[in-house]
Design a protein around this ligand. Structure first.
Ligand SMILES: C[S@@+](CC[C@H](N)C(=O)[O-])C[C@H]1O[C@@H](n2cnc3c(N)ncnc32)[C@H](O)[C@@H]1O
Length: 309
């Protein structure tokens, strides 16, 4: 790539997770110094002054922090701003590997290249990390990586493809993938710039939901339910605390409507003893009656309410 790069075009290179610069040291001497710009990055600023000293004679190198887990634009990098992204044993440090690769695809110009080296067996990380659980298991994409953070060799090509990369070449033996401890991969970014995300569907107004919570412990579940319900921008959600006065609910439950849904979020509490259970059951019965009354008062004639809990 370096040899064939046109003389009149800058070659814009980004290295992610550069750390102590092992790969950088091998790459800088082969890049065309008169037209390369090389951005040396790591999530930790710790590595930067040392790298600056070590690579001082390459004046086309710049140094800064960059976090694979954060939107590059938020970090001041332009979408489509690089022709080559290089990564030596650093892609897997992304907490969510799919999101990490999509961020890199977005940073590459159409047809740009990702060159990466990845180990595939967790034992390979022990010399760096020992058995530190927090480092080997700090990822969040457990469906993709149910065990430690390294991905088996044969799982990289389909993942890269799902993230929009094409023309993958990978070192190692396809017939004995599990025997390959590390591989080098070269992949091409989408040739067309990414499509903008689709506009939310413009449709008829959705339903109205009232989420009722009994106590503070349920608020985070109710937050998630509200987020899901409002995701497409059609449904309206109002929140009510069960310990508020029934008259307040009537206000909250609002105008008569057929498409009003009451969702009661109940904590999974098990009070001990007969007295506790009786009190708890009586309180819930009161709550249900209060809700039903508040709702019936607002229903159009002859309709029953939609309640879920
Ligand atoms: C296994 S080391 C590899 C370092 C270097 N590329 C090499 O081959 O020697 C992983 C590197 O990724 C960096 N890293 C960890 N989390 C990161 C993140 N979220 N974004 C960018 N780099 C990260 C670490 O600081 C570390 O330097």
């Amino acid at each position: 790539m370096a040899r064939r790069w046109p003389a009149d075009r800058p070659l814009r290179v980004l290295e992610v997770g550069a750390g102590t610069g092992g790969l950088t040291g091998a790459l800088l001497p082969v890049l065309p110094a008169d037209r390369t710009t090389y951005l040396y990055t790591d999530v930790s600023a710790y590595f930067l002054p040392r790298a600056q000293q070590r690579f001082a004679r390459y004046d086309f190198v710049r140094y800064r922090t960059f976090d694979l887990d954060v939107d590059p634009v938020e970090q001041g990098l332009a979408e489509g701003g690089f022709d080559l992204v290089v990564a030596a044993n650093s892609l897997h440090t992304g907490k969510d590997l799919t999101a990490t690769l999509e961020r890199i695809a977005a940073l590459l110009a159409p047809g740009g290249r990702l060159l990466s080296i990845e180990h595939h067996h967790p034992e390979a990380l022990i010399p760096w990390f020992g058995f530190l659980d927090s480092l080997l298991h700090h990822h969040t994409d457990h469906e993709l990586r149910p065990g430690a953070i390294l991905l088996p060799r044969e799982e990289w090509p389909p993942l890269l493809e799902r993230c929009g990369f094409t023309d993958l070449v990978q070192t190692g033996d396809d017939r004995a993938s599990d025997l390959t401890s590390a591989s080098v991969m070269l992949a091409t970014a989408p040739r067309k710039p990414r499509e903008p995300p689709p506009e939310p569907p413009v449709g008829p107004r959705g339903a109205a939901f009232v989420l009722v919570t009994e106590e503070p412990a349920e608020e985070s579940l109710a937050d998630s339910v509200a987020e899901l319900l409002t995701a497409d921008g059609r449904h309206a959600v109002r929140r009510v605390r069960a310990d508020e006065d029934v008259r307040e609910w009537r206000q909250e439950i609002g105008e008569p409507a057929e498409d009003l849904h009451l969702v009661l979020v109940l904590a999974d509490r098990a009070p001990s003893g007969v007295a506790g259970l009786t009190e708890h059951t009586a309180r819930r019965a009161t709550l249900l009656r209060g809700l039903a009354q508040a709702r019936e008062g607002r229903l159009p004639q002859g309709r029953t309410s939609n309640c879920g809990w």
